[in-house]
Design a protein around this ligand. Structure first.
Ligand SMILES: Cc1cc2nc3c(=O)[nH]c(=O)nc-3n(C[C@H](O)[C@H](O)[C@H](O)COP(=O)(O)O)c2cc1C
Length: 311
């Protein structure tokens, strides 16, 4: 088990509020970091480099203001799309380094080019991967951690079974392992740890929080949906992504053609969500969501006997 140095004391539960296009902004990130889970956001949610600088300032100031003197907030991380079509990659990377972000999660491509500059600046680098081959390439590139995208994850998804994927990667990597896909409660977080992951990456559950940027009707649709209402489609970005079937039904035919950053950003309001909609039953403040995760994680840890399971 490998959490980055010093993180254990800063986290109330081993959870990352995962980066989400159109959903994660300053309020969500500040609430996550000040309530004891890692807060992250995709830099492309800021509409321009100027807005990104101002968001980063808002986040660092908000986190400092919300953290009692002498205490340490949970880490702040940024997600960078490292695909060649991301024209803002270099300027966004420079902005997150200037702001003192502790972690970058590289997605949609090889982290090879960003590992060096980020390590030079003292920033941890994780890469999200959906196959063993990509995990091995990321490990060879020198990443500190891997986010394993598994079947049922919201947004850009994986297809591997989480139990098999964690076991297979744990055998060949002793850095930080983060399980993404389907986790919505403390029991799921504990299950990820039992398998060999260090942290769980929760996206869908954080859509239905008061602090998320999601529109009210999207939050309500996430609350109303069950896992049967989730469909895998390439419509959003050209890559397989899990979305609410009700949203997909209103879209035109899939244009095809593979991933491009412009295509992702040009989509407008996408109702992405994963199988864990089934564990998301109301819109709550991040504080309440994290309190529940802490409570149920502690319960799962102390009463692993199935007969004592929470009803
Ligand atoms: C609405 C939405 C938008 C997402 N956007 C991004 C993104 O911009 N970058 C990224 O790396 N992952 C993105 N993801 C994936 C999440 O970071 C995470 O891997 C996933 O939500 C975990 O699975 P869960 O939804 O079952 O918790 C998105 C997920 C959702 C639900």
């Amino acid at each position: 088990m490998v959490l980055p140095s010093g993180w254990a004391q800063r986290l109330r539960v081993p959870v990352v509020a995962a980066p989400m296009t159109g959903v994660s902004g300053p309020d969500l990130v500040v609430a996550a970091c000040t309530h004891g889970v890692v807060g992250t956001f995709p830099t492309h949610n800021a509409s321009s480099p100027q807005v990104l600088d101002s968001w980063l300032a808002q986040m660092t100031e908000g986190i400092a203001a919300g953290t009692p003197t002498g205490a340490q907030a949970a880490p702040l991380g940024a997600n960078l799309v490292v695909h060649r079509t991301n024209a803002r990659l270099h300027s966004d990377l420079a902005a997150v380094v200037r702001a003192g972000v502790e972690l970058v999660v590289a997605s949609v491509g090889s982290p090879r080019e960003v590992v060096g500059p980020l390590h030079d600046a003292g920033v941890l680098v994780w890469s999200d991967v959906a196959s063993l081959r990509h995990a091995e390439l990321a490990i060879a590139a020198g990443v500190d951690g891997l986010v394993l995208l598994t079947a049922g994850a919201g947004g850009q998804t994986g297809w591997a079974n989480p139990i098999s994927f964690v076991r297979a990667v744990r055998d060949r990597f002793d850095g930080t392992l983060v399980l993404a896909g389907g986790v919505s409660d403390g029991e799921g977080v504990f299950a990820a740890q039992v398998l060999g992951a260090d942290l769980a990456y929760l996206g869908t559950s954080f859509i239905a929080t008061e602090e998320s940027l999601a529109a009210p009707d999207y939050k309500a649709a996430v609350v109303a949906a069950t896992l049967d209402d989730v469909t895998t489609s390439t419509q959003v970005s050209g890559l397989a992504a899990n979305v609410l079937s009700s949203w997909l039904a209103d879209q035109g035919a899939d244009a095809g053609g593979g991933f491009a950053q412009d295509r992702l950003l040009g989509q407008g309001a996408v109702w992405a969500a994963g199988h864990s909609v089934s564990g998301t039953d109301e819109v709550v403040a991040v504080a309440k969501l994290v309190d529940r995760l802490v409570r149920d994680h502690q319960h799962a840890r102390s009463f692993p006997d199935p007969s004592t399971r929470r009803q």
